[in-house]
Design a protein around this ligand. Structure first.
Ligand SMILES: *Cc1c(COP(=O)(O)O)cnc(C)c1O
Length: 353
């Protein structure tokens, strides 16, 4: 590890986010990053304006996403993935060394990492045993600037209860920003908190094209919020956050045809997921399969090391989870029917105890 003395001291011991790509692995079945298994089709690209800075980025893409999400274009900010939205929110609302975020673990790792980079504090109010929000414990926390809720939650897979979301959102009105990360919301239609944006200035919704839209390689995400938050975000976002090739692909995905395709793929994946979850629960080595409202399934094993070894031996790359509560768990992205059969076959030979 190269160490030099000029970097901010608080970064010395920071571990970068362990993305699926960073962890790596070897195999031919990749079920570790919640990516779509469906290849994208070639599309025509207009390159004639590529000697200029991109212009299509903001305007047209904002209008297209606003139409999809049922909002006004000025409530939409297109960014380099949902990850950039999370980073901007922490930078815009937490003063280094003074302010704190709240998260409910086990949850998505970038909330914590962005807070550490910004030198903001982190209050972890763990999910209850049934993976629901511990609303009373959350409401008891004072002095936080940004509350991150992941809905549905990665890596547990459950959608949050509407009454819990509403309770937390109304509690923090005027006190903290509530950010609802809806990276997987297309897998549970009708459950978005977007309709609550109109009544709550402190509510922010984060979305992405990386999951249900199957465009992780394009890495486009969205921040949805009212005028006050947007005003702050526009002050800190770097110029031209969306490269034009990404904007053109995003517009294609957000056309009527693109949205219809996404919905078909979500239905197929949900059917595949439910079949896989049922079959997984029957295996002797599996202790528990968490219900999922996403494109992944997280299961707990009697002997997780043996299960993991069986997957590796068969060339299947799934995901172990860093949270202590999930030490015995493996998260499987839903891939093709053949991929999921491979997983079931590899695990069928693993004994129960
Ligand atoms: C994948 C994921 C993201 C990151 O999305 P990008 O748009 O690819 O940056 C954000 N939040 C959650 C919960 C995710 O699972």
């Amino acid at each position: 590890m190269p160490k030099h003395d000029l970097a901010c001291p608080h970064l010395a011991d920071l571990t970068p986010y362990q993305s699926a790509r960073r962890i790596g692995g070897s195999g031919d079945v990749w079920l570790n990053a919640n990516e779509s298994p469906y290849p994208r089709e070639p599309m025509a690209m207009n390159v004639s304006e590529y000697h200029r800075y991109p212009d299509r980025g903001p305007g047209e893409v904002h209008a297209a996403y606003a139409r999809y999400a049922g909002l006004a274009p000025e409530q939409v900010l297109a960014l380099r993935g949902a990850d950039e939205a999370i980073d901007l929110l922490v930078r815009g609302y937490c003063r280094a060394g003074r302010d704190r975020i709240l998260l409910c673990g086990p949850t998505y790792g970038m909330y914590d990492i962005c807070a550490q980079v910004q030198e903001a504090g982190v209050v972890d109010v763990p999910l209850a045993a049934d993976d629901r929000l511990d609303v009373d414990a959350i409401r008891a926390v004072e002095d936080v600037r940004v509350v991150f809720l992941c809905h549905p939650n990665n890596p547990t897979g459950n959608a949050l209860a509407p009454e819990d979301l509403e309770a937390v959102i109304s509690h923090f009105a005027g006190r903290a920003l509530v950010v609802v990360d809806e990276a997987y919301i297309e897998f549970c239609p009708g459950r978005s908190v977007v309709p609550l944006l109109a009544a709550h200035e402190h509510l922010v919704v984060v979305r992405t094209l990386s999951k249900a839209f199957g465009l992780a390689g394009v890495h486009v995400g969205f921040l949805l919020a009212g005028a006050a938050v947007m005003d702050t975000m526009r002050k800190i976002v770097a110029p031209y956050p969306l490269a034009d090739p990404c904007a053109q692909i995003a517009l294609h995905a957000l056309s009527d045809e693109g949205i219809a395709r996404m919905r078909r793929e979500v239905e197929q994946l949900a059917a595949e997921r439910d079949g896989f979850a049922t079959a997984l629960a029957w295996l002797p080595c599996v202790a528990r399969v968490r219900p999922s409202a996403t494109n992944f399934v997280t299961a707990t094993f009697h002997a997780v090391e043996a299960a993991w070894a069986a997957l590796i031996a068969d060339g299947i790359v799934a995901r172990r989870l860093p949270h202590p509560r999930l030490a015995d768990a493996i998260r499987f992205t839903i891939g093709s029917a053949e991929d999921m059969q491979r997983v079931l076959k590899a695990l069928a030979a693993v004994p129960g105890d």
